[in-house]
Design a protein around this ligand. Structure first.
Ligand SMILES: [Zn+2]
Length: 226
């Protein structure tokens, strides 16, 4: 029996409405809504009608579950079964995707972000990165390439969040590469979020605020899933 991912308490409750607001633009028109990793908290908010429909802003309510997915945590298989919801307003169903994952990626968000940091910030070798994250280099290279393609856009999004959460943040100095600029902005947004809202891991903030699309083509819609 594989480990089931369902009970991690990853984000501060006060941060969550901010993350939903940040991700709502990228989630609009999709059948997804990003939610925190804490299943109990999601359930309570879902039953209370506190999770908003990304399509119309109406209240999402419980609507069964999506199918089980097998994901990878440092190369080790883990299972996840996302909750499904339906909007009271527009009656559209939405899968509630926890910030543990990025859209269309088998490896957990924490693993992917760790690989980006290890390669770009810590300047680790290919061998060290693959050993750390437990994923073949070809897979890591795909993440790195996608991240570099989106780096300018990512930097803009996370710099805006950093300034939103910390009104006294000074100018963000440019780094050597666009990827480093993007990682710097992600880190500043995460540390601003921690100061303002309380403990939150970088990967959870990144997955949530990007609407799960850190490494996705933002112009393409997400196919129906589960
Ligand atoms: Zn709706």
């Amino acid at each position: 029996m594989l480990t089931v991912l369902n009970s991690e308490k990853a984000t501060s409750p006060n941060l969550w409405p901010e993350i939903e607001a940040a991700s709502s633009t990228s989630m609009r028109g999709t059948d997804m809504q990003m939610v925190e990793a804490d299943v109990e908290s999601v359930e309570a908010r879902l039953v209370a009608g506190e999770i908003a429909c990304p399509g119309c802003g109406g209240e999402l309510r419980p609507w069964g579950h999506a199918s089980w997915r097998t994901l990878r945590d440092h190369g080790r298989p883990v299972r996840l079964r996302p909750r499904r919801s339906r909007c009271r307003g527009c009656l559209v169903t939405h899968v509630l995707l926890p910030v543990l994952v990025l859209l269309r990626r088998v490896d957990l968000a924490a693993v992917i972000v760790a690989a980006l940091v290890a390669r770009h910030v810590e300047r680790r070798s290919r061998r060290e990165v693959t050993r750390t994250v437990g994923v073949p280099w070809d897979t890591v290279r795909g993440w790195l390439r996608r991240f570099e393609e989106r780096a300018v856009e990512i930097r803009g999004e996370f710099a805006a969040l950093a300034y939103r959460w910390d009104g006294e943040l000074g100018p963000i100095e440019p780094r050597a590469t666009a990827a480093l600029d993007a990682l710097e902005a992600m880190g500043l947004a995460a540390s601003a979020a921690v100061r303002r809202f309380g403990p939150t891991p970088l990967w959870a903030l990144v997955a949530g605020a990007s609407g799960g699309r850190l490494l996705s083509n933002t112009s393409s819609l997400i196919p129906a899933s589960g």
